[in-house]
Design a protein around this ligand. Structure first.
Ligand code: IPM
Ligand code: MG
Length: 356
């Protein structure tokens, strides 16, 4: 029987409860499609700070490197907000992205047909299909650039730098072009080339690479315009490729257009099939432990993991259909609609498994 060994980082807040449902769904899918999941639980984020004093213990990195891929719930919470920068849960997340070389972050934002009314955007704008894939560079740019603080002329200053090398741009652009080839062959590269040198290099490099992908219709957009176009006419986009910080901002915006951040999955990939999978939403400390969190983004992240890292495309597709089927009858409170049954985190997991 095929065996898949994954490191599980349950994380903080609602992390443990939503991950638990996703693992149950994975086990059920394994039974049906003939594979066995092996889970190796490790610490990261606030849970790691509490247990061992640092957000990303060395053993966690070592275990991740030895696994087929990594599955993450969510990290962070008010409890650790007063920690200094390098000792915050978020530093664990950035650290693991860097340590595992997860440079390509895929964030699909799409409308789930049964949830169309949840979108804050008018029907006439969304139509019945909004399906955008944001490909965000994840291990470079201002998040990882030189930074510092100091004193000058009697006042404090702080700075962070946006720097990209050609090879960093090429490898993320390659992922984006390849994704576009598998989808509708439309790629929008988003930058701020009217102002930033790093963006001018970005644009030049993406244009050079487009020669290798003659079938992909490439366009360029300034990030401020893109923020506007995403709400004006989201259907114009297929794949968007952009830098770390622009991708952070635009992916939150795009997720809201779909109306249900509790539904969106993400993958962070390195070369080859290795990746880390997590829901787009955060750890929602305000509802943690109440059994009301929506586990679907995490379950859909498990489907992405089966597809991109574990070579189980049938199981991935089956989970996606099961989620859609479950949505027809049951809803967690965040996506509740009159006439359907309001269910708990666990019951939502049960409903997906029943539809598998
Ligand atoms: C995200 C988050 C992280 C980021 C934070 C938690 C460091 O906002 O994954 O989008 O900025 O990358
Ligand atoms: Mg973000």
């Amino acid at each position: 029987m095929r065996e898949h060994k994954i490191v599980v980082l349950k994380g903080d807040g609602i992390g443990p409860e939503i991950v638990e449902e996703a693992l149950r769904v994975l086990d059920a899918a394994g039974e049906k499609f003939g594979f066995q999941m092996r889970y190796d639980d490790r610490l990261m984020g606030g849970a790691a700070i509490d247990a061992v004093g640092v957000p990303l213990p060395e053993e966690t990195v070592t275990a991740c490197k030895a696994a087929d891929c990594v599955f993450l719930g969510a990290v962070g919470g008010p409890k650790w907000d007063t920690q200094p920068g390098p000792n915050r849960p978020e530093a664990g997340l950035l650290g693991i992205r860097g340590a595992l070389g997860l440079y390509a972050n895929l964030r699909p934002a799409k409308i789930f047909a049964p949830l169309k009314s949840a979108s804050p955007i008018k029907d006439s704008i969304i139509g019945d299909s909004m399906d955008v894939l944001i490909v965000r560079e994840l291990t470079g740019g201002i998040y990882f650039g030189e930074r510092g603080t100091g004193e000058e002329n009697g006042e404090s200053y702080a700075y962070d730098t946006e720097k990209y090398t050609v090879s960093e741009i090429r490898r993320i652009a390659k992922v984006a072009f390849e994704m576009a080839m598998k989808r509708n062959k439309k790629l929008t590269s988003v930058d701020k080339a009217n102002v930033l040198d790093s963006s001018r290099l970005w644009r030049k490099t993406v244009i050079e690479m487009s020669k290798d992908y003659p079938e992909v219709e490439l366009s360029h957009m300034y990030v401020d315009n893109c923020a506007m176009q995403l709400v004006r006419n989201p259907k114009q986009f297929d794949v968007i490729v952009t830098s770390n910080i622009f991708g952070d901002i635009l992916s939150d915006e795009a997720s809201m257009i779909s109306g249900s951040i509790g539904m969106l999955a993400s993958a962070s990939l390195s070369d080859g099939s290795f990746g880390l999978y997590e829901p787009i939403h955060g750890s929602a400390p305000d509802i943690a432990g109440q059994g009301v969190a929506n586990p679907l983004a995490t379950i859909l992240s498990a489907a992405m993991m089966l597809k991109y890292s574990l070579d189980e495309p049938e199981a991935a597709a089956a989970i996606e259909s099961a989620v859609n089927a479950a949505l027809e009858t049951v809803r967690t409170p965040d996506i509740y609609e009159e006439g359907l049954k309001k269910v708990s985190t666990r019951e939502m997991g049960d409903a997906v498994i029943a539809n598998l």
